[in-house]
Design a protein around this ligand. Sequence first.
Ligand SMILES: [Zn+2]
Length: 394
Amino acid sequence: MTDTAPPPDGQLADALALAQALIRCPSVTPVDAGALGVLEDALKPLGFQCHRLAFESPGTARVENLYARLGADGRNFCYAGHTDVVPPGDLKRWSVDPFAAVVKDGHLYGRGASDMKAAIACFVSALRGFLADRKGQFNGSISLLITGDEEGPAVNGTVKVLDWLKGRGESLDVCIVGEPTNPDHVGEMAKIGRRGSMTFYLTVHGVQGHTAYPQLADNPVHRLVRMLAALIDDPLDRGNAHFEPSTLQVATVDVGNPVSNVIPGSARATINVRFSSEHSSKSVEAWLRERLDRAIGPKGRYDLSLQVSGESFLTPPGPLSNLVCESVRNVTGGEPQLSTTGGTSDARFIKHHCPVCEFGMTNATAHKFDERCSLADMARLARIYRAMLDRYFN
Ligand SMILES: [Zn+2]
């Protein structure tokens, strides 16, 4: 281990120590492994009221969550994120122990360094600096909504904490989600929405028979080919000012026929759609069924089941994205791109409660071997979070 001494920046040292303590808890979903306790120990001395919320439901594991709030009234600035991480995978592919939080060559290594323990640590260190400078006086409330169920089924996490808050009559006014949003350097990109995602499972029924006597059979593969062609011929939409066009990808075509002289009785396909704010899961389904019905022909039969992972959403550019952009500009001098690319996150649940924007660490090594973040990016992120607090409570 080559422990490079951190630069003489109190805020970075503070963030680094907390990030290391978090990474050293092997909190692979749904296990907490002490991670939320580390955070509670950091927040309680700052005056935060900490609520540990454990939820469970049939068929899913019990998950620990934390809601911590400082201040009882005024506008509630929420920072949301997760302390759970994906498994490290083959340990031999790591150059370091994924849970040792090693610092080498100016980077912090470990599972969660990118997604998203270091970002949480940066926020807490920004918070410490903010509260120290304000002597604890600011006009409103600051809260942290941290789940242990983001990388898993996301059933016993953010959704249930939000329900719990609603039940208590507590609301959020704005929310920053600390997911890794930046391609190479902190400050490049913030996310103001996400595409929706849904998957279709299509089964086309036919009549099995001999390939030499096709008139006595009904080939479902031929129907399936025409149906899939109808889906990939037209674009779902052309996108809009904030979204790339929706995409449809045929992920599998499954016939499973081991011989060449039998027309199979059925054929299946799986289709994944990532959709812009021009569509909802309902309109995508209607779009798809209309084309399938037309392409299959009069006597064809098919079954279609579907799974919606998340609806598309957009927080239109406005006060919250301005807050983020001004804070970034103030620290880096650059302008972050407001994007809606990437996969889903818990922001898809929070958007029902308040304007939400995602801004966090770099994402190049998220979920990979040797996940890491640079200390320079940690320092930058902590400063940007601090600038957000200063601006919001100005
Ligand atoms: Zn994440």
